[in-house]
Design a protein around this ligand. Structure first.
Ligand code: SAH
Ligand code: F3S
Length: 477
């Protein structure tokens, strides 16, 4: 009987992508099948997040809850991956002896080997940063549905003063352009219509382009079209001169050319690297959605500077305005950190003013959490927790209100949605997502519309979704 794999994922979309690749990996090497039921698993993996203290605590609570499974089945293998693994390493096993394997975000491709060792009751820790090697060893991805993530780069070199990512995921490393394009082609052939290009800082993407002598090595692939080394056996990722790189703008243009791909998103980008070439792509590539997630964190210049974000409030506004000029229907979302050390009432007000000025539609907003080892963790923090909670509440209320306004303005308009499946609660209805990621439910029993783009007229805006009707099912593509 096939061995069963249970994966629990905490944190960001990068982790979700990595988890699905872990399943692909062990599916191929050990013919493991995913299960939703942890008590029947032979291998349990926890893909962790350390962005805030609460996320980190969840890891040990979760491991505690799995202790009884190990007592029942001593052959059960428990592995911890992701950013907490990267940060804590072997210490995880001291605190949670049920753990057999600890692996970082860059070593998940070595899982098959680690599982073999663990099966012999050997404890394994591998949290090294072997650059982007992992992608060369992953099997072709399996996707379900018409929307998929594709990781294009790893790590971050920005070192914002509050953030652990550069320490847990390493510095920025981009996958070669052709490697990414091959992956998109492979998933487009499986029916994917929408890709979300992923990375901690995707607009820092600089993917190697094979030219001249290096191109000769392109025959040297691992059978999946992924280049493993050049003629001399050197890893050719990230080699070459400046002109041998494609930036995010070029990558988007090339992805848009791939048959079947009609919608492109990217997450997450940094305002500092929101380049002119990327802004131009909004004019040139209609497949790129009019929905931009561009984290600003704060609207106060003083706080932005203390966060070491590398830009001020006005620069942010100027860049957004330029995209809005090209795409007047642009929907904006952002991450916010509330209660960064030294945030005064005025600083918070600056953030609220910025929210009104940009008209943000959605946010990931959290109270600042001091992370060990980051420069900001040493800063004096005098704002009481109750004030921070109140500020967070005010901010989230305001953004929700703006989101409702935007949804109401969509009523009467025609939107193109990517149909994802049957509506969750409503019999006889299908649902899909607009460019700005809103769910639209509509009456239809035509299941052939699923995974296609369909034009709908929005008829009503409800609390968490929209209701619409199909303009002409014949126009579905
Ligand atoms: N690359 C992205 C951020 C990735 S981290 C960028 O350019 O901003 C995801 C989000 O987690 C950040 O945007 C930030 O809002 C939040 N975050 C990171 N460190 C945090 C901390 N110490 N406390 C609270 N939120 C934090
Ligand atoms: Fe973190 Fe700043 Fe990079 S928030 S992921 S260090 S851009």
């Amino acid at each position: 009987m096939a061995k069963k794999l249970f994966i629990k994922t905490h944190g960001c979309q990068m982790n979700e992508y990595d988890s699905s690749r872990m399943a692909d990996m062990l599916g191929e090497s050990h013919e493991m099948e995913l299960t939703e039921n942890e008590s029947e698993a032979d291998v349990i993996l926890l893909n962790t997040c350390s962005i805030r203290e609460k996320a980190q605590e969840r890891v040990f609570h979760q491991l505690g809850r799995w202790k009884h499974l190990k007592e029942k089945n001593p052959d059960l293998i428990i592995g911890v991956g992701g950013c907490v693994a990267s940060q804590e390493g072997k210490a995880i096993m001291h605190r949670a002896p049920v753990v057999d394997m600890v692996f970082g975000p860059q070593t998940l491709h070595r899982l098959p080997d680690m599982v073999n060792k663990s099966a012999n009751h050997e404890k394994v820790v591998d949290i090294s940063f072997p650059e982007i090697e992992k992608f060369d060893h992953l099997p072709a991805p399996k996707v379900e549905g018409a929307s998929a993530f594709v990781s294009i780069m790893e790590g971050c070199s920005k070192y914002c003063s509050f953030c652990v990512v550069p320490y847990t995921r390493g510095e920025e490393v981009s996958r070669p352009l052709h490697d990414v394009l091959k992956e998109v082609e492979a998933i487009a052939a499986q029916g994917v219509r929408e890709v979300n290009l992923l990375g901690q800082n995707v607009n820092a993407y600089r993917g190697g382009v094979f030219t001249g002598a290096v191109a000769a090595a392109s025959a040297n692939t691992n059978g999946l079209g992924v280049i493993i080394s050049d003629a001399q056996g050197n890893d050719i990722n990230n080699t070459g001169d400046a002109e041998d790189y494609a930036d995010l703008a070029e990558l988007i243009t090339r992805v848009a050319d791939i048959d079947g791909i009609d919608r492109i998103r990217f997450t997450t980008s940094h305002p500092m690297e929101f380049s002119d070439s990327l802004i131009d792509v909004y004019a040139e590539v209609p497949e790129l959605v009019s929905h931009l997630h561009l984290p600003v964190q704060s609207g106060s210049d003083k706080i932005l500077s203390a966060m070491k974000r590398g830009h001020g409030r006005d620069e942010y506004i100027a860049k957004v305005k330029r995209v809005q000029q090209i795409r007047p229907d642009l929907c904006m979302s952002s991450d916010f950190i509330i209660g960064f050390p030294g945030e005064s009432d005025q600083d918070f007000q600056d953030t609220m003013d910025l929210i009104a000025e940009i008209g943000f539609d959605m946010s990931f907003s959290f109270i600042y959490s001091a992370r060990p080892g980051t420069p900001a963790s040493d800063l004096e923090d005098e704002t009481p927790e109750s004030v921070k909670k109140q500020r967070l509440h005010i901010l989230q209320d305001r953004i929700n209100q703006q989101a409702q306004d935007i949804a109401r303005k969509m009523v009467g308009k025609t939107e193109t949605i990517l149909v994802t499946g049957k509506a969750k609660k409503h019999e006889g209805q299908l649902q899909g997502r607009t460019e700005n990621n809103r769910v639209v439910n509509f009456m239809s029993d035509d299941l052939s519309l699923i995974n296609k783009f369909v034009k709908v007229t929005v008829e009503e805006s409800l609390r968490n979704s929209l209701r619409g009707s199909v303009v002409d099912p014949e126009l579905a593509y």
